[in-house]
Design a protein around this ligand. Structure first.
Ligand SMILES: [Zn+2]
Length: 417
């Protein structure tokens, strides 16, 4: 099987190619330097004149499978039945524009140029559901992060100061639940939500377990490096969606700064000089656009991205993603129950909340991001500020945080041609 992608503008940061007009040759599924004249005769040719050719996108934070997305579909049937994807000779049928059904999810992500998606919030007890659904998302490579930031065993072992026991438990959890990395959502706060409360400071102990967000973040980061996982801990900070939360988000980034990353990625000798091949970061802060709010209330709300961007620019141990929102209808969904309750109160929209016994929870609220709404417009700009303000492109990732961001709206456009 031979393929030539002709005349496109090629972008390939790993090989230092920056918009060069060139042809790409593929042989048996692998990119090669060239094809022989005989192979060229049999090759399928794609004319990519005036088009961009780049490696497949990796969405390192998205919500594509599991109980949350199913709840989102159930809560908003009005968004599902109007958007039907018809069966073709090579594809299954499907429905939904904001949270497409599993097959459609894979097709639509593929159309956008993605090859890998990371499901960002898997509740351990419901991991089977996540995997079953991921199995039905076609074409893409997939992985899932396991929510451990409010897990009763993790909190108890950390309170006892037993890091080895925490590590043994985390290792067992990741192995048995077949997940790729550690996710930490509103650490200590989601547990408090079981009692109608939240947490607004890194040093506030939660009820019953009496551990603080700082102790959980630090403990999980230490465990992550003890176990040598490929990615650092993936953190959704406390105080999401509240004015002034940029300060707690920046403080969160400082927590594991002295913990040494412990992962050497095996990479071919010839490209070692071109890319950072040892993981340098000990923390990944996600959808920072929701955690970089400035001001003290909705009345003086402003962007607080500068404080985060400055910190990221001067620190080696940090990677962030933007999670940009764009305008239009979508469904907010997250493992952060209390903060989505606050959003539901603010917007008066329908609301769903889930508590997963002993370990985590979630919240879902439909929302329309409006251009005329000052907060929404600033939020939209904040996503761009984060992407453009961080100088080292290896330290900031454009994520869809689907269905919150780019994904749902883009695929809406795609499905309408
Ligand atoms: Zn998310």
């Amino acid at each position: 099987m031979y393929l030539v992608i002709k005349n496109g503008y090629v972008f390939d940061p790993m090989n230092g190619i920056d918009g060069e007009k060139m042809d790409i040759f593929v042989k048996d599924g692998k990119i090669v330097e060239e094809l022989s004249s005989n192979e060229l005769k049999d090759a399928k040719v794609i004319d990519a004149t005036n088009k961009t050719v780049m490696p497949g996108g990796v969405d390192s934070h998205t919500h594509v499978a599991g109980p949350k997305v199913t709840h989102g579909r159930l809560m908003c049937p009005e968004l599902q039945h109007k958007h039907i994807v018809k069966k073709t000779e090579i594809t299954h049928s499907g429905s939904g524009n904001i949270v497409p059904s599993s097959y459609a999810m894979g097709y639509k992500y593929t159309i956008m140029g993605y090859t890998t998606v990371c499901e960002a919030a898997t509740p351990p007890m419901l991991a089977k559901h996540t995997h079953e659904e991921l199995k039905h998302v076609p074409i893409l490579n997939k992985c899932a992060y396991l929510m451990l930031g409010n897990n009763w065993f993790v909190m108890r072992y950390l309170k006892e100061g037993d890091i080895e026991k925490t590590a043994a438990y985390v290792a067992w959890m990741l192995k048995t639940h077949k997940c790729f990395g550690i996710k930490c959502v509103n650490p200590a706060g989601v547990e408090n939500w079981g009692w109608g409360l939240n947490i607004y400071s890194l040093d506030e102990p939660n009820l019953h377990f009496e551990v603080t967000p700082r102790e959980i973040i630090r403990g999980l980061a230490e465990v992550n490096e003890m176990l040598g996982y490929p990615m650092s801990i993936h953190v959704h900070a406390n105080g999401l969606g509240h004015p002034g939360n940029w300060e707690i988000a920046r403080e969160t980034l400082t927590v594991p700064k002295d913990i040494k990353p412990n992962q050497k990625v095996e990479i071919e000798e010839e490209i070692k000089t071109k890319v950072p091949y040892e993981r340098e970061q000990s923390i990944y802060l996600t959808h920072v656009q929701f955690n970089a709010f400035g001001g003290t209330s909705w009345k003086d709300f402003e962007s607080g991205t500068k404080g985060i961007i400055d910190y990221v620019n001067k620190s080696k141990h940090v990677v962030i993603d933007s999670g940009c929102v764009i305008f239009g209808r979508t469904i907010c969904m997250t493992g952060d129950g209390p903060n989505l309750y606050d959003l539901a109160v603010l917007t008066g929209e329908k609301w769903s909340n889930d508590d997963v016994e002993l370990e985590c929870g979630s919240g879902i609220v439909p929302i329309i991001y409006k251009k005329k709404n000052g907060v929404h417009s600033v939020q939209w700009a904040m996503g761009l500020e984060l992407l453009l303000g961080v100088k080292d492109p290896w330290k900031v990732v454009m994520t869809t945080d689907s269905p919150m961001g780019v994904h749902s709206q883009t695929i809406q456009k795609l499905s309408h041609g």
